[in-house]
Design a protein around this ligand. Structure first.
Ligand SMILES: [Fe+2]
Length: 406
């Protein structure tokens, strides 16, 4: 009954267009609906189709759908009227694009769409007074488009399995990076020089992005309820845009921009994920595919990213069915597009949690230990960008921690 009441309440908050799209996604004709009240009755009558008949839960992050290629990709996804989708942030800084994107997702995934904002979504375009006001606008726009920004239990088709999906709000803070700075290399930019968030967001006092206050504030906006479900039958999937653990990004010597470690994650988010003990935590932001289990929690990233990234470093983005194929007629061009049957399937009503996907960088850490104390060595692809100082070394990635090189 609680789930039904929640569903009825969320329907009343949806726009008329979003209601129509959701019903059409479920295969329900809305042609007989004359007034909004008719649509609400129809949605309430079909709540069971969404809440009781979900086949699967999919996830993606960083759709950046202001890029026309990415919007085309989302629009080309097959309709899955009985599946749900997680969108783990970074849709676009323009709320109109965000709304359109989530509507497209709602029309494809009739079992429900879940969303939490990323940094790009909170960049200011001059319409809102600060990024907290933008957060409010973005969350309301997402709900109006038919997406859920709060937790919801999805019952699997057949009734034997369920999945509790919990969106988590988060923001990054520099002290998340607990690993040593690089040494022996010059010309490394600071996070404030390299990251647009510091220029494109504004925070009302006393919040200050030079401290932990913004990240702490975002974390406090989350629902404190535990994931109190029968774990034998119900999987728990949490998701955020940012990283809950530093181990989910390559060590800074492997990054084009080593300073990124300071603006990717939140310790508060990490503590919250540890308390919730999900089976799976989905994250985004770094545009690096990931599949790793740490302390009993499986961490997954399957990002859409930018076409230019798929053209230049596809191996670091590929995971599951999120992969691309060349579209140049002779097969030699660098242009590519994502295959149409992504995104990642995280959970299935029949089979439960997804099997292991594997991903380039998380596989690296299955093979090699994390050695952030190695601060003077860069791989060739990064070394070319920076100035070597006395003591600097250049080595291939697999040769950073002798004798582990194979
Ligand atoms: Fe991001």
């Amino acid at each position: 009954m609680a789930a039904q009441a929640d569903a009825d309440d969320s329907f009343s908050q949806m726009s008329t267009k979003a209601l129509k799209r959701m019903l059409e996604g479920l295969g329900v004709s809305t042609s007989t609906c004359v007034e909004r009240g008719d649509l609400l009755k129809l949605a309430e009558g079909n709540a069971g189709a969404a809440d009781e008949g979900v086949d699967a839960l999919y996830a993606l992050s960083d759709p950046h759908s202001g890029d026309r290629t990415n919007m085309r990709y989302l629009s080309s996804l097959p309709a899955r009227p009985r599946s749900a989708l997680i969108v783990a942030g970074d849709v676009d800084d323009d709320v109109r694009v965000l709304t359109e994107t989530l509507r497209v997702c709602v029309s494809k995934f009739g079992g429900g769409v879940f969303f939490t904002p990323g940094n790009h979504d909170l960049w200011l375009l001059g319409r809102e007074r600060d990024s907290l006001a933008k957060l409010d606008v973005v969350l309301k726009a997402a709900e109006a488009a038919g997406a859920s920004t709060t937790r919801r239990l999805l019952r699997g088709r057949g009734g034997e399995r369920s999945v509790l999906v919990i969106p988590l709000l988060s923001w990054h803070h520099a002290s998340f990076d607990t690993e040593p700075a690089l040494t022996c290399w010059g010309g490394l930019p600071t996070a404030r020089q390299a990251m647009s968030d510091y220029h494109n967001c504004a925070w009302p006092a006393p919040l200050d992005d030079a401290t932990e206050s913004v990240a702490r504030h975002f974390d406090a906006l989350n629902d404190d309820a535990p994931a109190d479900v029968d774990r034998a039958t119900t999987a728990v999937v949490t998701f955020s845009h940012f990283l809950p653990r530093i181990e989910l990004i390559p060590e800074k010597r492997f990054m084009f921009l080593p300073c990124l470690a300071e603006c990717v994650g939140s310790r508060f988010l990490g503590d919250r994920v540890a308390r919730l003990r999900p089976d799976v935590h989905v994250f985004g932001h770094t545009h690096l595919a990931w599949d790793a289990t740490l302390d009993g929690v499986r961490y997954l990233q399957g990002c859409v990213g930018y076409p230019s990234e798929w053209a230049t470093r596809p191996a670091s983005l590929e995971i599951g069915r999120l992969r691309c194929c060349p579209v140049a007629p002779d097969g030699r061009g660098r242009a590519c597009e994502l295959v149409r049957d992504g995104p990642l399937k995280v959970w299935d009503a029949a089979a439960g949690l997804a099997g292991y996907f594997g991903a380039k960088w998380s596989k690296h850490y299955e093979k090699y230990p994390r050695r952030p104390d190695v601060t003077h060595v860069l791989p060739p692809y990064s070394a070319a960008r920076y100035a070597p100082l006395p003591g600097a070394e250049v080595r291939d990635v697999c040769d950073h921690v002798p004798p582990f090189c194979t």
